[in-house]
Design a protein around this ligand. Structure first.
Ligand code: EPZ
Length: 427
């Protein structure tokens, strides 16, 4: 599995689109990445289906291969992984810096092999993004944590399979922190309780996969995870859940363009916060099991929201929602409560004529405002989605540079938008 790195690609979008038609949601990026790391916990095959073709999956795949893991695309969204050949326990720093989820190899390597090391993880520049919760969790399970230059080193004193269960209080319900510590605890002897664990659907999905591999995790979906350690795990086949953030992005696009879009394989059951806000904005939302129909209102109403841990409104939908609120009648107030520097998208929206005042982790948006086409950049995955949504409704043509950020999290994005009536070119 290799990643093709070329000159920064761009989108050219002609605005004024009213989105109509059907879109099929792909598998979830953040569930896929964690599930791929779980394969390091067994030397049997782990088969994942509904895995999106996005660059973050390719980068993590490349990293796992560098450790000695087999990673094979079987076609139709199926991925075969086998950790039996792992002989290296340190991720190459150049790959870790590209994709934050790569740090989630630490827990499984530490548990299964008694040693793991890594450079500090990279990923989107949306705040401090410390890893203390991960390291404190490993330490509580009996690992010795040290620094060697910028590298973090975690060692289990008695080698492979020698971690010990513990009661762990998570300082913050970190998504990847909970996934990493959970993957370390499933092979630790005795009982582990994770207090204040994250409840995001992607954390729950990983727990279900680990149980399918023979782990003993209960309390899934609550902030108290109970884990009885086992000596070994076996292979399993699991379907990756549909991407609630991708589904949310398309729902917002439909609502703000006054369109009528049917969203197939939409995980409505984990999208309540967003759907409630879209309805409050005047959007017509029809939901059924795995399906959504979104019909935009003639006039959107302003709303306030806070980006919060699940089940609150996802921080990954903060920026796309902000774009929608530039088209709403009235003043909207947004507070970001998860990351401490996730307002960078505002600079690009201001270039398109949006009326936004942002201070610290809050923004005040006045609408409706006619946005104008401009030359802008995708600053990260979700800021990129926000600027693309703005381009859909703007007057004239918008050129968006650095769309490699969008490729990291959205599968076939331009093809899907074109099918909904958007004029978009990739170059
Ligand atoms: C995951 O990031 C997602 N990434 C993010 O999606 C998502 O925004 C985030 O969860 C919140 O939902 C993946 O799953 C790969 P966190 P993660 O650890 O795990 C503090 C996208 O666009 N914290 O829950 O890195 C931290 O400072 C990406 O798809 C600590 O204090 O997020 C932050 O404020 C962007 N100590 C907050 O928790 C720690 O050790 C949330 O971080 C860890 C985190």
């Amino acid at each position: 599995m290799s990643v093709h790195r070329s000159a920064a690609p761009r989108y050219t979008v002609t605005g004024g689109a009213v989105l109509r038609g059907k879109v099929q949601i792909s598998g979830a990026k953040n569930a896929s990445l964690a599930a791929m790391c779980a394969a390091l916990l067994t030397d049997e095959d782990v088969i994942l289906t509904n895995v999106p073709k996005i660059s973050d999956v390719d980068t993590l795949g490349e990293l796992l291969v560098s450790l000695g893991c087999v990673v094979e695309r079987l076609g139709n969204g199926r991925l075969r992984l086998n950790g039996g050949g792992v002989r290296l326990f340190e991720a190459p720093s150049e790959l870790i810096s590209e994709n934050r989820a790569s740090f989630q190899v630490m827990g499984p390597l530490l548990a299964a092999h008694g040693y793991a090391a890594s450079a500090p993880p990279g990923g989107d520049v949306i705040g401090q993004r410390p890893i203390d919760v991960h390291l404190e969790g490993f330490r509580a399970l009996g690992a010795r944590i040290s620094r060697d230059g910028e590298r973090y080193v975690a060692e289990a004193a008695d080698g492979p399979l020698s971690l010990k269960g513990a009661r762990i209080f998570m300082d913050y319900p970190s998504v990847s922190g909970s996934q990493n510590v959970m993957m370390a605890a499933v092979l630790a002897s005795g009982h582990t309780t994770m207090v204040n664990a994250a409840t995001e659907p992607e954390v729950q999905e990983l727990a279900h996969l680990l149980n399918a591999m023979g782990a003993k995790i209960s309390g899934i979906g609550s902030q108290m995870l109970e884990i009885d350690g086992v000596r070994e795990l076996h292979g399993a086949t699991a379907r990756i859940m549909p991407d609630r953030i991708e589904a949310g992005t398309f729902a917002i696009a439909a609502a703000m363009s006054g369109g009528d879009v049917e969203i197939d394989d939409a995980p409505c059951g984990v999208m309540d916060a967003l759907l409630a806000k879209l309805i409050a904005m005047g959007t017509s939302v029809d939901r059924a099991e795995g399906h959504l129909r979104i019909r935009g209102a003639r006039e959107l109403k302003s709303v306030n929201f806070q980006a919060l841990p699940y089940p609150g409104l996802a921080t990954d939908l903060h920026a796309p929602m902000a774009t929608a609120l530039t088209q709403a009648h009235g003043v909207s107030v947004i507070h970001e409560r998860v990351f401490d520097n996730r307002m960078l998208y505002v600079t690009e929206l201001l270039k398109m004529g949006a009326r936004i005042v942002s201070t610290g982790n809050s923004a005040i948006i006045t609408g409706p405002t006619a946005l104008n086409g401009a030359h802008v950049r995708a600053l990260d995955v979700r800021a990129g989605a926000a600027i693309l949504l703005a381009a859909l409704v703007a007057d004239g043509v918008t050129v968006i540079d650095d769309i490699q950020h969008l490729d990291r999290g959205y599968e076939h994005l331009d093809t899907k938008l074109r099918a909904l009536g958007v004029q978009i070119e990739r170059s």
